[in-house]
Design a protein around this ligand. Structure first.
Ligand SMILES: *Cc1c(COP(=O)(O)O)cnc(C)c1O
Length: 443
């Protein structure tokens, strides 16, 4: 797109000017609907999420054996929810704002297998594919004990097939580790953002890592092309996959159960606000879908993106979805938040979910580093930069009276609100790397 077109776009969509200037910006979509009205656009149902949940339950005994670290949760890949009161106080003083609701962190950063939110969708899609192959070849039925997959017989069987994926790092890590464990040959096409340690970790698992000097879109495209020429190769399409999306969506019912156990109420008088870092959109979109199914209109999902990669914000706000990239408006898509370094949003997620996502905002890289340092200092929890993007969300919500009035959350109701920051990664960052991140925090 040439600058003249950008100017035209700004006339119609004024906030694009802020995005172009890399200013931290928030937009709360006035066109959201109730769950009932929004659901039909998703093209997936509650039953689809149930099926995903049941599939993960079938695989739980296998995961328990193949990844002993999942034994504590009986092979269910799930993370803790923790209160972060010290961080809450630190945010109040940093931003000079009296926070009214309570603040919790969802630690997907510490999920087993790959230490990021990708341990939901990525692992789920590989398991789905493995199950399909095994059933089609008469080696497995859904009634079997799936621990039988943890055997030479099965790894030999799966070694006849391969899996390919394009990634900025964490999806590759997740898919690489689970695929290699099952026995698949795996090709992970990594964008320039991918951290060296992630590539090394994958290679140590026997994964073939192919590196590119370009960004995520190119890595995905090359992966797609390479897979096309091989009928035994399955390409995991992060930009469009409904299977990945469903793997993420299972988080909704799980969180509901955790909240019940923790006595955290969610209803009209006790709204839940969830802040989700967004890259291509599958992770946060899938989680948001699951949350909507679990909590209905009482949950409000807000997406967070780096100022240098606001692809979902741009796509939904302009209605152009995957027909526009951040590069089209002159943004470089270069950010310290490597998990979010995506220039063009998913063609599926924005269109499916736009009516059910309350808002979008951008955050700059230094802010993420500072919040990373602050969380470490206040709560001794260490995350990667991407995972801090959600930490600013409650300020955008609590300060926006127009939005709150529109969704019928009065100041009184707001005092009962729960703010949940979805921490999407960082649990496997090597100590030395974490030291570098922490040294960049100016607090
Ligand atoms: C992948 C990722 C996200 C966002 O998920 P998308 O599906 O790309 O939107 C957020 N945080 C981290 C750490 C990630 O790795």
């Amino acid at each position: 797109m040439i600058p003249k077109d950008v100017e035209k776009l700004i006339q119609k969509y004024p906030l694009v000017a802020n995005l172009v200037q890399l200013k931290e910006t928030a937009w709360f979509n006035p066109n959201i609907t109730s769950l009932t009205d929004g659901l039909s656009y998703v093209t997936l149902s509650e039953q689809d999420v149930k099926d995903a949940s049941n599939r993960l339950a079938r695989f739980a005994p296998y995961l328990c054996k193949a990844f002993p670290e999942t034994a504590v949760t009986k092979g269910i890949i799930e993370s803790e929810v923790v209160a972060i009161p010290n961080m809450r106080a630190a945010l109040e003083s940093r931003y000079q704002h009296k926070i009214t609701g309570s603040l919790f962190l969802k630690k997907d950063s510490h999920l087993p297998i790959s230490g990021s939110i990708k341990a939901r969708g990525g692992v789920y899609e590989v398991l789905t594919h493995a199950e399909k192959l095994a059933i089609e070849n008469g080696l497995l039925t859904e009634k079997d004990d799936y621990t039988k997959l943890f055997s030479d017989r099965f790894t030999q069987f799966f070694s006849r097939y391969s899996i390919a994926v394009g990634s900025t790092g964490n999806l590759g890590l997740s898919i690489g580790i689970i695929s290699a464990k099952l026995g698949f040959k795996v090709n992970v096409h990594m964008s320039s953002d991918a951290r060296e340690w992630k590539k090394q970790k994958l290679r140590s698992h026997g994964v073939n890592v192919i590196e590119y000097q370009q960004d995520y879109s190119v890595a995905v495209e090359k992966g797609r092309k390479a897979a096309e020429s091989d009928p035994n190769c399955f390409f995991i399409d992060d930009e469009n996959s409904k299977t990945l999306f469903l793997g993420y969506a299972v988080a909704g019912e799980r969180l509901k159960k955790q909240f019940t156990e923790m006595n955290i109420k969610v209803d009209k008088q006790h709204p839940l606000f969830v802040y989700l870092p967004c890259g291509v959109g599958g992770g946060p979109g899938g989680v948001a879908f699951g949350l909507k199914l679990a909590f209905g209109d009482d949950v409000h999902c807000i997406f967070a993106e780096p100022t240098h990669s606001p692809c979902m914000f741009l796509g939904v706000y302009t209605g152009l979805h995957d027909h526009i990239s951040v590069q089209d408006i002159g943004i470089d898509n270069i950010t310290a938040a490597d998990g979010l370094a995506v220039g063009r949003p998913s063609g599926f997620v924005g269109r499916a979910m736009e009516r059910l996502i309350d808002g979008y905002y951008t955050i700059n890289d230094q802010e993420m580093y500072d919040l990373l340092g602050l969380l470490n200092q206040q709560q001794h929890i260490q995350l990667e930069p991407s995972a801090l993007a959600g930490m600013l969300g409650l300020l955008h919500v609590e300060k926006n009276s127009t939005y709150l009035e529109r969704i019928k959350v009065s100041p009184e109701i707001l005092t009962n609100a729960t703010h949940l920051v979805w921490a999407t990664g960082g649990g496997m960052v090597p100590e030395e790397e974490m030291g570098k991140y922490l040294s960049l925090a100016k607090i």
